[in-house]
Write a protein that binds this ligand. Structure first.
Ligand code: C2E
Ligand code: MG
Ligand code: MG
Ligand code: MG
Length: 283
């Protein structure tokens, strides 16, 4: 640290910094060609109704299998795509793929697509949603756009306007990773979100008996109910987590316990399975 290293402190870290900048530059170079080289794909993760456990939607999650770098995690390349604005064409591609694929599912099943701030605030965004719906034939109510709280920090007024436009098309808007950012409740008054997604950290906390996590989930569920918004618990991995989420009244659950992100063909198979059909009959 600066205290023991004196004035030379930053020199010691330079090789590491240099290496990561170099890695970043290489990744960026590859990412620029990822779309045209068809290295990107979309995985779909099921979201189930907490009571019936039937699939109500899938979240579309982009995947990158790079010729140079192998599988690169979204945690690594999404921030890079955001910094370079490559997220605009990439995000538009994911949106179109997701809408097209959703046409192969039963008509009550929705698709959720993540949208970054850079993409949302791009002047073409609303038009790209309109054309993705028109080209695929997907009814607007079957598309839910997922945004995080961070978009309101950049240009809150503009973000509100764009999201209102998306809602006026008939699409849903979900608030993703709720509770992890700067949670100002002000925007919950302005925008009628379809879903609040409670971050996995609260789900884990609740299952390990953390009183604060339990209180927060309970409060978010109560607030969402009175504002006529749905709730999804993210990242449920164990039956213990599923149990507590249910007790706390979350409407929907997403997590490895019910299904990992999967290829489009595997997602389609879910609707053909006996297990699924039985559940639909009960529901
Ligand atoms: P997110 O939108 O919160 O998506 C949920 C993430 O949690 C996904 O990670 C998913 O694989 C993971 N997850 C789901 N269930 C579980 C579980 O039970 N346990 C654990 N440990 N993890 C679980 P993934 O696919 O790596 O994506 C990470 C983030 O990258 C996403 O978080 C989202 O913010 C971003 N992202 C992914 N695809 C896109 C995209 O097409 N566009 C944009 N703008 N962002 C994307
Ligand atoms: Mg999401
Ligand atoms: Mg999330
Ligand atoms: Mg999350």
């Amino acid at each position: 640290r600066a205290k023991d290293g004196g004035g030379n402190a930053h020199h010691r870290y330079e090789p590491a910094l240099h290496a990561s900048a170099e890695e970043r530059r290489k990744l960026e170079f590859s990412l620029r060609h990822a779309l045209e080289r068809r290295e990107l794909s979309v995985a779909f993760q099921p979201v189930v109704d907490a009571d019936t456990e039937s699939v109500v939607s899938f979240e579309a999650l982009v995947r990158w299998n790079s010729a140079e770098h192998g599988f690169v995690s979204p945690a690594k390349f999404i921030p890079l795509a955001e910094d370079t604005r490559l997220i605009v064409p990439i995000g538009e591609w994911v949106l179109r793929e997701a809408c097209h694929e959703a046409m192969n599912w039963p008509s009550h099943v929705r698709v959720a697509v993540n949208v970054s701030g850079e993409q949302l605030l791009d002047h073409n965004f609303a038009a790209s949603v309109v054309s993705a719906l028109a080209e695929s034939g997907l009814p607007p109510h079957r598309l839910e756009v997922e945004v995080t709280e961070s978009i309101f920090l950049r240009d809150g007024t503009m973000a509100n306007q764009v999201l209102e436009r998306i809602m006026s098309l008939g699409c849903g808007v979900a608030l993703d990773d709720f509770g992890t950012g700067y949670s100002s409740l002000g925007y919950l008054r302005k925008l009628r979100f379809s879903t609040i997604k409670i971050d996995r950290s609260f789900v884990q906390g609740a299952a390990s008996g953390n009183a604060e996590s339990i209180a927060i989930i309970r409060a978010v569920v109560a607030m969402a109910e009175s504002l006529d918004m749905s709730t999804t618990a993210e990242g449920a991995e164990t039956d213990r987590e599923v149990e507590i989420i249910r007790k706390l009244g979350c409407r929907k659950i997403q997590g490895y316990f019910f299904g990992r992100p999967m290829g489009a063909m595997d997602a389609r198979e879910i609707f053909k399975s006996r297990h699924y059909l039985d559940r639909q009959r009960v529901a």
